[in-house]
Design a protein around this ligand. Sequence first.
Ligand code: AMP
Ligand code: MG
Length: 337
Amino acid sequence: MLKLNARTVALVETEILKPDDINIMRCASALKAGELVAFPTETVYALGASATDAQAVENVYEVKRRSHDKPLIVAVAKKSDIAKIVKTIPDKARILIEKFMPGALTLVFDRASCIPDAVTAGTESVAVRIPNNKIAQKLIELSGAPVVVPSANTADKASPTLAKHVYDDLGGKIRFILDGGESEIGIESTIVDIRTDPPKVLRAGGVTVKEIEREIGRVDIVRESVKLSGYMPNAEILFSAFYDGMVQNICSRYDEYVRTGKTAVIICLDKNISAYGSRTAYSLGNSYEEYAHNLFAVLRKADAEHFDAVIAEGVDPSGIGESLIARLIKLSGGMII
Ligand code: AMP
Ligand code: MG
């Protein structure tokens, strides 16, 4: 018999389920029983566990091989549930909740006592979001408790935007994956710490800083550290700045790799792909929204095909471009070309 202890995760058979009412109910019961369930959200697939069950939360860290100093975001199904897991809701938070929830925005509050230390890495705060995905909302509602929602991948892999990605990473480790098709946005939520005034943006994501400032005025932006943490692709990632000579610069970097016997792939907008000639290039789509939507899946593909380097086209910092830049600086470990 397999023993479940702090460093062993028991092997189970993983079922990928169609998200009909019966299966959502099965998954909600599994959450209530302390099991882990992966499910779709509009940002990326989440690995859910009941946020009030410290052992279930501990199992999330084990399954993901996530460092214990990284707290987990908690999702609730509707706005009125937020007050149950936080101490107070500041006025600016109320404005952001009205405007952007459900959606790709996470707010950090003082936590209520029902949220265990296991969720918050021992800090007195809790990060809260309402996914804008009907399957996720129904599942959380039926489970009867808030649910932790880290991305449903192991710490060494890109966030999953398809049920298949989840299966590739977590198959054999969790009972159920609800298959809701492709995640719409494809990058994670924006995180704002609303406990200070001005509030602090801790991570740029699906909602842009400009959209937030339009509602509540100036915010501080905490630059994410580029230290090597979280998902690191096997390939070296180079991220280009956005300027007139970008295409030529990317071409010469690519050619340098090839000259030294290495393989590289350029990832770019569709409209630029012909400029790279016969070099290997993958299209990310026609817009920055599509770039964000496809980024993680394309990085997974590049890793699976064992490229030595991925050279990512630069984007201008408007709209979601800003969040893309933050994500790519981190992924490249600051290797900007
Ligand atoms: P991930 O689950 O990998 O998308 O990461 C969740 C992010 O939310 C991490 O960057 C955490 O540091 C942040 N986060 C989660 N909970 C809190 C919290 N209570 N206070 C501040 N940041 C948080
Ligand atoms: Mg993640």
